[in-house]
Design a protein around this ligand. Sequence first.
Ligand code: MG
Length: 153
Amino acid sequence: MGYDVHRLTEDRDLILGGVKIPWELGLLGHSDADVLIHAVMDALLGAAALGDIGRHFPDTDPKYKGISSLKLLEHVGNLLEEKGWRIGNIDAVIIAQKPKLRPYIEEMELNMAQVLGIQKDRINVKATTEEGLGFTGTGEGMAAQAVCCLEEA
Ligand code: MG
């Protein structure tokens, strides 16, 4: 399982699942702050007992500044393959009050499936609000959760 949170702020792009979404706020972070992909990577690394993204991509390392999280996801996919794992499936949920994400979900799934080299029907992305409650409800930040199943290749 993977979980991540990023703060929303002005003057940043909102990038989720590698899709740049037109919105007045973006997520703050060392990389492109793609909270969805970060949760997915932590689910994959965790299932393979490979630690977490903080261990593989430290946010103190200048080479990851502003990097596309799709590149990091591709690296995680290669690591899994090296270790003899194949991705069975991935499910994820983005928790955000706004904007409406449904129009972008399919492209997010496609982007991630492509860099992982898996069929699009092995990956599912959902979005929900928390009914105005908590930090996602007030628009202070966004969260994402992911689970995955790995199979022996
Ligand atoms: Mg993160």
